[in-house]
Structure formats: structure tokens, C-alpha cells
Ligand binder design. Structure first.
Ligand SMILES: [Zn+2]
Ligand SMILES: [Zn+2]
Ligand SMILES: [Zn+2]
Length: 406
């Protein structure tokens, strides 16, 4: 039950047009996500489904379509719940390690302005762990990695949370067998060095490749072209190999401490829970601007509040919208998409685990579970109504279209 009446949607409704006028260079994919969110459940913009009772045809229900945007709080919550339920069926309850891979502060700006480089973070983090397990331990573990782009004040601070099982399939001549074995020790100090090296190598390679063939859909910063000058890549990146970056790793943790649900919670919804927004008001002390006050609770520290003018708050939130099709959660090892289907059952069989198959709840089932009321029951005969018309927004045509299901 939500007790907080302030919604992100309301703040955007009030200030988005003003924000766009003042920030004409906002990327088109950001505008698209925000406008989708603003149109959520608006039947004139996104269309609707019509249900009708077959025995009492005057009893009809119009259900507005939702936006399914990653930036929409209500659609995002549903997507997150479904995703977490699915995740629990692929990541077994075994001991594991949780490692957080960060970047040096001097690279934040580069990543913020060149989102395509975030792929390098995934590549370096996964390679660091996988190569150790595969080459030194000769086992293939299960890995889930989630990218966070935000720090405690919702500022841009990108890092990867990587979860790796402390078990894996034994490799023979590089091929996975049916047997599991444990990996009890990870030499973290050595891996940190390896991660630094792999990240720098991957960044250099990716930037070089981009500069040879620049593509607009990468949304790169034009200033990236400074790296066209011979030697600039090395002079910029190589000194970073000498400094220590913060990498947080865990000793082996028991399965009940698995925090993947926490780490993926904001991958499919805005980077701040609405319950953290405590005030939204006109403030004399802020040049008579509308301001948003929200709470911040850093790990193991006292909670504090932060107040930002609404336009700043919008900027803070939308900087976490990633380019289209960017996958914020990725899988490696046994869980990598290529081999998961074939190898995951082997892991579960070796663990004597029943792999639970989950079926996604339909909208109707979800409403019944949440409210106890069947939203599609005819008020007269209580029989379920039938879908008779679908009106939807066609993005190729740019207007609403409709059809009648058979
Ligand atoms: Zn929505
Ligand atoms: Zn994080
Ligand atoms: Zn009826």
C-alpha cells in the first residue's frame, strides 16, 4: 500500500516541458522513455483493451494500456518482480561471492558522456573472474552481473555488482563435465590488478574501434575524437594502471545472503524509490522554485536528506536512462545465453535440485492476487468478460490503430 502521494510522474508532468525547453540537447532515447512513462495508462496516447460480457453486451470494460518503460515506476515494479522470480529459478542456493567492480573517479565523466563504454565494465569484470575459474581452477561457475549507474545521492557513479557461485562444473580439456566442484579461495589482490588491466585494455580497444567507424547510435561525446591524436590513449589511460581502485569483494557467503534481488531492483525502474521522496514544494529559500526533498541512506551510515530544484531532480534521474537495448543485467559462465539451456539442468541435477518452472502471471491474475477482485468479471453474471477490441499505438505509423481478435 502506498502512503506517499508524491509520484515521480507528477514531478515530471509539472516540469518536463520546461526542462526540455532549457535542455534542447537531451538525447532522443531519453525523451522517448520519459514521454512513454508520462503516457502510461493514457488511453488517448497508448490505447486500451475492451472487454465485453457475452450474455450482457452492454457490460463493457476499458483497460488502458501501460507503457512498459524502464523509467515508469508502476510498470517497472511489475517487471522487477517478474524478473526477480525468474532469477531465483536460475541462480541456485549455493555459497557464492559478491564482488563490486568500480572505476577511478577520473573516469566517471568519460563513462557518463559515452554510455557505450559501459560495456567495457561488464567485459572486464566477467573476464577477470571467469578466466581465474576456468584457467586456474578448471571449473565453469554461474555468474550474474548487474550494472548500477547511481551512487547514494542518485549521482552518476557506475559500478558492477557481480555474483559468482563458489561451485562450478568441472572442465576437462576445456569442456564442461557433469560434475560440480567447489572453489574455496579467490586471490582478490591479484584479481584487482587483472581487472584494472582488462578494463583499460578494453576501453582503449573500444574507443579505437569507435573512432575508426563512428556511429550515431552510440551517442558518443564529440570530444572523444581527442583520442585520434597518436599516443593520447596511452598517456590518458596508462597512469591509471598504477593507482589502486576500490574493488569490494566478499568472502564466501551463504546462500541466504544472496543480494541479487537488491542489486537488480533498479535495473528496470527509476533509480529512486518513490517512498524516498518526502517533500515536493515551492521553496522561498530556493529562489521560489519547486523543489524535491528525498532521503539518502548510505550503507552503514545515518540517513540524511537532499533538496534539489525540480529541474535538477529531473536531470539527476534521467541521466540513468541508458541507450535502447542496453542490457543492464548480464550472465556468464553456465548462465551465458549460449549454453544455459544445455548446462543449467546439469548443475541442478548435480545439486539434486528441482528446477522450478515459473509461468508469468497475467494482468488479470495479478489484479486478483493484489486486490482479491476479478477485474474482468461481469458485474451481473460474474462470468469473465471476453476481449473484443484492442486499440494500440503504432510507433511506425505514429497513431492509434485497432483490431478485433477472432
Ligand atoms: Zn508505465
Ligand atoms: Zn550498487
Ligand atoms: Zn454478464
Amino acid at each position: 500500500m502506498r502512503t506517499n502521494p508524491i509520484t515521480i510522474k507528477q514531478i515530471f508532468k509539472d516540469h518536463w516541458p520546461d526542462y526540455l525547453t532549457k535542455n534542447p540537447n537531451t538525447p532522443d532515447y531519453v525523451i522517448k522513455q520519459v514521454e512513454k512513462m508520462l503516457a502510461c495508462r493514457n488511453p488517448q496516447k497508448l490505447g486500451y483493451h475492451v472487454y465485453q460480457c457475452q450474455d450482457h453486451p452492454w457490460e463493457c470494460k476499458f483497460i488502458p494500456n501501460t507503457c512498459k518503460s524502464r523509467f515508469c515506476n508502476s510498470c517497472g515494479k511489475k517487471a522487477t518482480d517478474e524478473f526477480i522470480a525468474k532469477l531465483q529459478t536460475i541462480f541456485p542456493a549455493t555459497p557464492f561471492h559478491h564482488i563490486t567492480f568500480t572505476i577511478p573517479d577520473s573516469l566517471r565523466e568519460l563513462f557518463n558522456k559515452n554510455r557505450f563504454l559501459l560495456n567495457c565494465l561488464f567485459i572486464a569484470a566477467a573476464k577477470t573472474i571467469l578466466s581465474y575459474y576456468q584457467q586456474k581452477k578448471k571449473i565453469l561457475p554461474l555468474i550474474t552481473a548487474a550494472l548500477h549507474t547511481f551512487g547514494r545521492k542518485v549521482n552518476f557513479n557506475c559500478h558492477i555488482h557481480l555474483f559468482v557461485t563458489a561451485i562450478g562444473l568441472v572442465l576437462e580439456n576445456g569442456k564442461p563435465t557433469n560434475h560440480l566442484t567447489k572453489c574455496t579461495y579467490i586471490p582478490f589482490a591479484m584479481l584487482h590488478k587483472r581487472y584494472r588491466y582488462l578494463l583499460i585494455a578494453s576501453l582503449k580497444k573500444t574507443i579505437k574501434k569507435y573512432l575508426k567507424n563512428p556511429q550515431p547510435h552510440y551517442y558518443a561525446d564529440p570530444q572523444l575524437s581527442v583520442f585520434n591524436h597518436p599516443g593520447t590513449l596511452d598517456t590518458f589511460f596508462d597512469p591509471l594502471l598504477e593507482i589502486n581502485w576500490y574493488v569490494h569483494d566478499s568472502q564466501e557467503l551463504p546462500p541466504e545472503r544472496l543480494t541479487i534481488p537488491y542489486a537488480v531492483r533498479y535495473s528496470k525502474r527509476p533509480p529512486i524509490a518513490e517512498s524516498r521522496i518526502i517533500r515536493y514544494e515551492l521553496r522561498e529559500d530556493f529562489n521560489s522554485q519547486w523543489c524535491v526533498t528525498f532521503t539518502c541512506k548510505p550503507h552503514n551510515q545515518r540517513e540524511f536528506t537532499e533538496t534539489r530544484p525540480a529541474l535538477d531532480f529531473i536531470k539527476l534521474l534521467i541521466q540513468h536512462i541508458l541507450p535502447p537495448h542496453f542490457r543492464q543485467i548480464r550472465y556468464y559462465g553456465v548462465l551465458s545465453n549460449r549454453i544455459r539451456k544445455q548446462l543449467l539442468p546439469t548443475v541442478f541435477a548435480a545439486l539434486a535440485y528441482e528446477q522450478e518452472l515459473i509461468r508469468q502471471e497475467t494482468w488479470r491474475e495479478r489484479q486478483i492476487n493484489l486486490t482479491g477482485i476479478d477485474p474482468l468479471a461481469c458485474p451481473i453474471c460474474h462470468k469473465p468478460m471476453k476481449l473484443v477490441e484492442v486499440v494500440y499505438f503504432s510507433s511506425t505509423l505514429g497513431f492509434l490503430r485497432s483490431y478485433r481478435p477472432p
